[in-house]
Design a protein around this ligand. Sequence first.
Ligand SMILES: NC(=O)c1ccc[n+]([C@@H]2O[C@H](COP(=O)([O-])OP(=O)(O)OC[C@H]3O[C@@H](n4cnc5c(N)ncnc54)[C@H](OP(=O)(O)O)[C@@H]3O)[C@@H](O)[C@H]2O)c1
Length: 345
Amino acid sequence: MIAVIGATGFVGAALTRRLLAAGPAGGGRPEPVRVLVRDEARARARLGGAGAERLDVVVGGMHDEAALDALLAGARAVYVLVQTVTARQPDGAGDFADAERRATELLVAAARRAGTRRLLTVGLIGARAQATNPWVRSRVAVERQLLGSGLDVTVLRPGLVAGKGGAGFDDLLRAARRPVAAIRGAGRQHWSWIALDDLVGYLVDALDEPETYGRVLDVGTVDAPTYRELVAATAAALGRPTPPVIGLPRGVLHLVAPLLERVGGHPRGGLRAALDHLADDLVGDPVPIRGLLPRDLLDWDACVHAAIEQAPAVVTGGSVGQSGDGHPPRRPGDRLQLVARQLDG
Ligand SMILES: NC(=O)c1ccc[n+]([C@@H]2O[C@H](COP(=O)([O-])OP(=O)(O)OC[C@H]3O[C@@H](n4cnc5c(N)ncnc54)[C@H](OP(=O)(O)O)[C@@H]3O)[C@@H](O)[C@H]2O)c1
């Protein structure tokens, strides 16, 4: 049994579908998959398809000890694919960093009770404990918390994850399609990137690879193009001329972020940190994992073509700008976030 937390999200849904369809190690014996979700109907809609009969759903949040016990009973491994910056958190959970730290404590304790030794999660390439952005700092804090837990932990750190519905990637698609691309900031930040399919592939391949235990591994491209270069590459992949790019001050959304957080019930400080983070460099060293888990990584054109073959984007209850499960906005703040994003860029 493999457990997944965050299975309704962008990365988590893709991973869960892969586990259900193929089983671990790309076609080995399929194993049951159990997910912890807050909205069962939404989860079943997102995770239907091949292998759905092996999907077991536990309803609850990651601050609920009984739900964590139910999730991990009999599970040999757990994937943790959550973010607390824009996702709703329970009352009293504190700011986004408090919410993730507390949930991680509860999860580690539940894993010990259940005897679940293996834990895999996704961090952030280039994250440093001294970063100015509080979200980046909290990513490092959670990595340390997990690595000190005594469990067999692997943290994979991507930069931009290229796939339809991903925060950041949909913005690039939108910008590349416009006659004039108005982007947030100057667009000179450097972003390493990885196709969603490849991130999921690494997550599956790392599951039973002991060489990855106790490791934090960057994944993705060695080259880190600037945001403007990514807009140009996206336009080229779409067969369009590169649009002229106008950099807008990041101020508008930044100013309204606290209001959006309140109206949408998002954790304090999270939306602002997530927006600020879009201007950060995402650069690391993805070479070491290539020796451990060799794979042919998809190129940018393949990511763009895969995305445009999928359904048009809508806004869901996940990341800023996340889309893709075919559901309409489901919380008041989601609609406001969409409007604000359109105003801003
Ligand atoms: N997307 C990218 O480009 C990217 C790049 C680098 C790193 N990452 C990292 O990848 C990980 C996954 O990101 P993502 O983009 O897939 O996020 P996402 O689409 O926003 O999904 C977040 C998931 O976390 C769940 N969640 C949040 N709080 C929860 C709680 N209290 N209890 C239970 N579930 C909770 C959400 O459930 P609900 O649906 O119920 O809200 C959702 O399933 C994060 O660590 C993120 O930092 C992502």
